[in-house]
Structure formats: structure tokens, C-alpha cells
Design a protein around this ligand. Structure first.
Ligand SMILES: C[S@@+](CC[C@H](N)C(=O)[O-])C[C@H]1O[C@@H](n2cnc3c(N)ncnc32)[C@H](O)[C@@H]1O
Length: 263
């Protein structure tokens, strides 16, 4: 082998690798930089905290941040003991997030995947966080509505079309940007249908988490208004309030007062 090949080529290879590693470790993202479908703008830390508070994350959760940027939401969740994964298309941001997680000592809980959020299976998540755009939220909505009932979805600022948020919250003082509002949705169970119950016949119509319909009891038919939050159904009809759950095809229903007396 020629002396050039034996010594110079491996040396060149080592230097190139060193230069790449150095460039990566000094990578500084800039606010507004292009992303595949959305530019990068970081969620203010106070709103990250608020979003996790609203989702009531616990160490039992598995959180996925769709378009995870520099990893701040995933890392903050991991610091609360939550297993969390960021999905990010930009490979430099993925490497930056991994370094940030290492600095914060949460690599056991925080992971990052270089992937397109539209190609990602997030059915295992119990909490989804996102800071995308209204039209992207709408494209994701059918998939989100098919997640396990009770899955919490929190979005920085952007809505989900006619699917109204279950809760809206503002970051505490210290959020000095245009991005200080969070919206929370709880994936509702699919409960539309007609059910015979010991308390009467109930017909539920469902529009996302909102319920309307009728209750036929004591020879009278009453209009019904209510909500489904995860699997928990609440409605009022004929001046009374009810709580219930769908178990298979059976609607298990209780009047609220009776439940209250039982403690
Ligand atoms: C507005 S930033 C939000 C970053 C982070 N979630 C936060 O709240 O600080 C949106 C992020 O989504 C990423 N992104 C855009 N399109 C994407 C796609 N199709 N799949 C995965 N990530 C994407 C961008 O690179 C950017 O980092």
C-alpha cells in the first residue's frame, strides 16, 4: 500500500469526523428557521410548564411531542419523571435535543427520534404535546380522535377546528411572547347510540366531546345536554344530572345525587 493511503487517508478521515462532530456540538438553531412543515419557534418555558400542568402528567404517562424542536418539552416532562419522546424532522435539532437531555441528566427518560410526525405512530402516547399550526392540527385530528379515550392533547396556541378545547390556560407571569396560551383536549370515547338503562332510555348524539339527545323516563321524553371526558359521561335531562360510562354496549348510569350520598 502506498504511504499516502496508509497514513494520510485515515488521518483525513479522522479530521473530517472531528470537524463534523465539532460543527454539530456548536450547532445553534435560530428562531424562525425552516422546518419540514412548520418553522422552529420554541415554546416559552413558562408555557411548557403550564402545558404539562394542564395535562396533569405523572410518571405513569408516556408523552410524545410532535415536532420537538430543541427538546425542551420532552426534557421538562422527563424531569417530572415522565417517559417522553420527541419526534423531530430536523436531524441537527434531534442531536441538539439529545445533548440538552444529557446536560440535564434525563437520558433515561427522554428520547428523540428523527422522523416525520405524519409518518409516526403515536398510539402508545398517553399525552401528546404540540406547537404546530391550525391546518396541521386539523390534518392530525382524525388520528388523534382515534387514540385511546382519555389521552390528553395539549397545543401551544393553535386550535383543532370545531373540536373545542376542554380547557384553556395561560402561562404564568414571565411569558413575554405571543405564545403564552395552551389548549387541552381529552380524547372522548365514542358513545353515540341508544341505550336502555334502569333509569330510562337514553339516546346520545355526539359532536366531539359534546353530547345532546333525549332521555325517556317516567313516560316523558326530556332533551339532554352533556359531555364525554375520556370515558366519563355527564349529562343533565329533565332537571336532573347523571354520570355514566359505556361498558361494551351497556350504558351504566347513575343520578349524581345518589352517587354523592354513597360518597
Ligand atoms: C414551532 S416548533 C415547536 C418546537 C417544540 N415543540 C416547542 O414547543 O418548543 C415546530 C417544530 O416542528 C418541526 N417539524 C416541522 N415539520 C415537521 C414534521 N413533518 N415532522 C417532524 N417535525 C417537524 C420543526 O423542525 C420545529 O422544530
Amino acid at each position: 500500500m502506498h504511504i499516502f493511503q496508509r497514513f494520510f487517508v485515515p488521518l483525513l478521515f479522522a479530521f473530517t469526523n472531528l470537524a463534523i462532530a465539532q460543527a454539530q456540538s456548536t450547532y445553534e438553531p435560530s428562531v424562525g428557521q425552516e422546518g419540514k412543515d412548520v418553522v422552529w419557534v420554541p415554546t416559552p418555558q413558562t408555557l411548557v410548564n403550564k402545558m404539562l400542568d394542564m395535562a396533569k402528567v405523572t410518571p405513569k404517562d408516556f408523552l410524545m411531542d410532535l415536532g420537538s424542536g430543541d427538546g425542551r418539552t420532552v426534557i421538562t416532562a422527563a424531569k417530572r419523571g415522565v417517559r417522553a419522546m420527541g419526534i423531530e424532522y430536523n436531524p441537527d435539532m434531534v442531536e441538539l435535543s439529545k445533548r440538552n437531555a444529557q446536560k440535564e441528566g434525563v437520558t433515561d427518560k427522554a428520547s428523540f427520534v428523527k422522523a416525520d410526525l405524519f409518518e409516526t405512530d403515536f398510539s402508545k402516547a398517553t399525552v401528546i404535546t404540540m406547537f404546530l399550526l391550525p391546518d396541521i392540527n386539523l390534518r392530525l385530528r382524525p388520528k388523534i380522535l382515534n387514540l385511546k379515550p382519555g389521552t390528553r392533547v395539549v397545543s401551544n396556541t393553535f386550535t383543532m377546528g370545531e373540536w373545542q378545547a376542554d380547557e384553556t390556560g395561560n402561562a404564568d407571569n414571565g411569558c413575554e411572547s405571543s405564545w403564552c396560551t395552551a389548549l387541552l383536549w381529552i380524547v372522548p370515547a365514542k358513545v353515540a347510540g341508544s341505550y336502555k338503562t334502569p333509569l330510562g332510555e337514553v339516546t346520545l348524539k355526539q359532536d366531539f366531546q359534546m353530547l345532546s339527545g333525549t332521555m325517556h323516563a317516567d313516560g316523558k321524553t326530556y332533551g339532554l345536554q352533556g359531555k364525554v371526558r375520556g370515558e366519563d359521561i355527564t349529562f343533565s335531562a329533565g332537571g336532573k344530572s347523571y354520570v355514566g360510562k359505556l361498558k361494551g354496549k351497556t350504558l351504566e348510569l347513575e343520578p349524581v345525587a345518589t352517587r354523592g350520598l354513597r360518597g
